[in-house]
Ligand binder design. Sequence first.
Ligand code: QAP
Ligand code: CO
Length: 177
Amino acid sequence: MKLKIVEYPDKRLKQKSLKVTKFDNELHGLLDAMNPMMINTNGIGLAAIQVGVALEILVLNIPDEEGEQPPENLIEMINPILSDKKGETTYQEGCLSVPEFYEDIHRFETLHVNYQDRDGNTHELKADGLLSIAIQHEVDHLNGILFIDKLTSSRRRKFEKEYKKMLKEKKSTTQKV
Ligand code: QAP
Ligand code: CO
């Protein structure tokens, strides 16, 4: 399966994802393609809508103390449901779908998540730290929400200006002669 990252301002990123009902080979193929895509693009989290699939699927691999992301640390979450969201934390977030832009975003500090794995088995997890932030960021994608949607209006305007400039520069440097 060949995947491509969907980048802002692509409208698909506003789409709400649907629950997964079939835990079949097609789902496994998608997950097997999303994992290397996330690692090879220096990501720590990726939602299916970021590769154009509007299903409640996300993958996470939070770097360890050495900054490594071994395959055994991979978490695949299908149909996640968040509860017990508590506390407050701020982190400079980025997103593979909003390349080269990072901003401080406020999130809950801890949460509880119920989810299914690739075979449909149910799991639950209490998360804090970067894992908790990443889960909230990725679950937002499933609801059509990007981290830039959480900026104040003045920050958002600054972002739109910078991003447009970046896109223009990118276009001019990739143009064929
Ligand atoms: C979401 O984000 C996240 O701009 C995952 O040029 C963010 O993996 C979870 C990335 C913050 C927790 C905290 C972004 C890679 C990766 C870029 C990512 C870029 C290359 C973002
Ligand atoms: Co993202």
